[in-house]
Design a protein around this ligand. Structure first.
Ligand code: GLU
Length: 279
């Protein structure tokens, strides 16, 4: 079978070296196996998405020589698909509306921390008459969903992982300000686009537990996952733009040769004392 991989950046800033590495891994995985490499623009966060960053993604990938196949997909044009998935979960009684604000959740002493942030304490779960006139998100009742789905597993390279989505608590599937969350949109799209192999950074490893649960509930296939190591800076810290990592555009402006950069990334030879993290 020829694999289908994808690079799925969120246009909330310019791409940096970590993105380039991730795109390259997904690209090479497909190219080495006569597969297909897709590009999906994850632009459903209205507060953070900018059109100029979308153009920047094209510019940077093409400069690096990473051409994608087939039609470009914009999540902002696929809201109907996410709404239909939400409706399916609603019919199964597995989601509930939630009017809590971040401040409400932060103020709750019973909210432990999960892999991403504070776990939602379940305040709105089981409300007899939720107020749908107030701005509300939709949350997955994870315990109920897990009871419905039973034990779930997924493969990361050749290692089996057991999904433990309850660590995230009742995740948001549709936000107050956006009709779908990352978890819902990514799961629906990977299936709709026929992605067979999800190649992405280890920072998203834990999220796979939630995606695996959504696949089970929505009757979608489970791709194989390949979470790659993250780039580390000279001090061993995670490379991220907010820490001042140079963008691909900066490197281009500095006159860096893209072919050399890409060969270096493949060989784990990185500029500025950066390295491939161990995990
Ligand atoms: N859009 C996500 C990000 O930029 C990546 C989604 C994914 O690869 O699953 O972090």
């Amino acid at each position: 079978m020829h694999p289908v991989t994808r690079f799925a950046p969120s246009p909330t800033g310019r791409l940096h070296l970590g993105h380039a590495y991730s795109a390259l891994m997904a690209h090479d995985f497909a190219r080495e196996r006569e597969g297909t490499f897709l590009l999906r623009i994850e632009d459903i966060d209205p507060g953070r998405t900018r059109a100029a960053f979308v153009d920047g993604i094209f510019e940077d990938l093409l400069w690096l020589g990473l051409e994608w196949d087939g039609e470009l997909v914009y999540q902002s044009e696929r809201l109907d698909l996410y709404a239909a998935a939400l409706e399916t979960l609603k019919r199964q009684n597995l989601i509930y509306p939630c009017c809590c604000t971040r401040a409400d959740i932060a103020a709750s002493t019973s909210a432990p921390h999960g892999p991403e942030r504070q776990v939602y304490p379940g305040t709105c779960r089981g409300l007899a008459e939720p107020d749908l006139d107030r701005p509300h998100a939709w949350r997955l009742d994870v315990a109920k969903a897990m009871a419905r789905a039973g034990p779930l597993y997924w493969m990361d390279d050749h290692t089996e992982a057991q999904a433990e989505p309850e660590r995230f608590g009742d995740v948001v599937l549709a936000r107050k300000d956006a009709p779908a969350s990352y978890h819902l949109a990514v799961t629906v799209d990977d299936a709709a686009q026929g992605v067979t192999d999800v190649v992405r950074g280890r920072d998203l490893y834990a999220c796979t537990d939630v995606h695996r649960l959504l696949q089970a509930l929505l009757d979608l296939p489970t791709p194989a996952y390949h979470h790659h190591v993250l780039l580390a800076d000279a001090e061993g810290g995670r490379l991220a733009k907010r820490h001042g990592a140079p963008t691909i555009a900066d490197l281009r402006d500095q006159g860096m040769d893209p072919a050399e950069l890409v060969e270096g990334l493949r060989a784990g030879r990185l500029p500025f004392g950066y390295s491939l993290g161990r995990d």
